[in-house]
Write a protein that binds this ligand. Structure first.
Ligand code: GDP
Length: 298
């Protein structure tokens, strides 16, 4: 069994590669939930849906959000009714979110996602990090913003001073999932808002320390490949580099994969992480993704 810790962009790219070269039924994907919230009356678990759509081969892999080729009739109708959506939701994607909202009320998030993944014919397990709701706030120079306000309304432009999210409990089987895995892969996801919320759940860091953990850096050179990870890392006092990511993960990481662009950082990182591997981590094509997956699984 392999456990994968995931957010909603970098790690799903890697999952596209892993699932092509490894048995999908052997994968347990633990997904971040702190960014989940209600929008337009439905529960949006964006990272979970991205992972589901990736595994079902229907992800819009240009935006890493929503379903490829989706239509937006409901969104456009809402605009005409002077009810614009902060988060633009496609029609088929909205159906997934409505289904999840209904199932959740009855069964809770983990079971709802499990029903959905089976319906989509997905063999891998998709495990929400928690069944509880968390509020995530970005502290900025224009005040405390809800995560999606910062991301969408303000386009990640405000200066960031810190990130805060409420403490929640892990979902029932994630510690056991980590402990029973031969290997845990931390994909190239945002360390501050995608991975640390999982690591900070009670018992997870201890379970990781007792497991074989490999991570891929989401930072290449001085910048993330996409998104606000650099801004968030800087606001928490970490250097925006693969070295900075290594210092966040150093207490439990066995092997760290960095990009060829960062070859010069290898020696420094080896002072804090047992093994450092240098390869191409910029996943532009499916063969880039499969090649990185192969290197991780070797
Ligand atoms: P989010 O939930 O949408 O924030 O997505 P994630 O946390 O899963 O991923 C965001 C991170 O993925 C960013 O920090 C990016 O730098 C990183 N990322 C995206 N594409 C790539 C890639 O091809 N290679 C690497 N190394 N990192 C990537």
């Amino acid at each position: 069994m392999i456990a994968i810790l995931s957010g909603g962009t970098g790690t799903p790219k890697l999952i596209q590669g892993i699932k092509n070269i490894h048995s999908p039924s052997d994968l347990n994907i633990i997904v971040n939930t702190v960014e989940n919230d209600y929008f337009s009356g439905v529960y949006v678990a964006a990272d979970i849906d991205t992972v589901l759509y990736t595994l079902a081969d229907i992800i819009n892999d240009e935006t890493w959000y929503g379903i490829k080729g989706d239509t937006f009739f409901t969104n456009e109708s809402l605009e005409k009714l002077d009810c614009p959506e902060l988060l633009r939701i496609g029609d088929q994607d909205r159906a997934t979110k409505i289904q999840k909202t209904i199932l959740m009320e009855k069964y809770g998030l983990s079971k709802a996602v499990d029903i959905q993944r089976k319906k989509m014919g997905i063999e891998s397990k998709v495990i929400p990090m928690s069944d509880e709701h968390s509020e995530i706030i970005v502290k900025t120079d224009i005040g405390h913003l809800k995560f999606h306000e910062f991301l969408i309304k303000h386009q990640t432009k405000p200066k960031v001073f810190g990130i805060e999210y409420t403490d929640i409990n892990p979902s029932s089987n994630i510690i056991e999932t980590i402990e029973n895995s031969e290997m845990v892969i931390i994909g190239p996801s945002n360390p501050i808002t995608s991975i640390l919320p999982i690591v900070n759940l009670e018992g997870v860091e201890k379970a990781l320390k007792n497991s074989y953990v490999v991570a891929v850096s989401p930072i290449i050179g001085d910048n993330p490949v996409s998104g606000p990870a650099g801004k968030f890392m800087g606001s928490m006092g970490y250097e925006v580099s693969s070295f900075g990511v290594a210092s966040i993960y150093k207490s439990f990481l066995d092997k760290f994969v960095i990009d060829v662009v960062d070859t010069k950082l290898k020696n420094n990182i080896e002072n804090i992480i047992e093994e450092v591997l240098v390869t191409n981590t910029n996943m532009k094509t499916i063969s880039d993704k499969e090649e990185l997956a192969r290197i991780l699984l070797e």
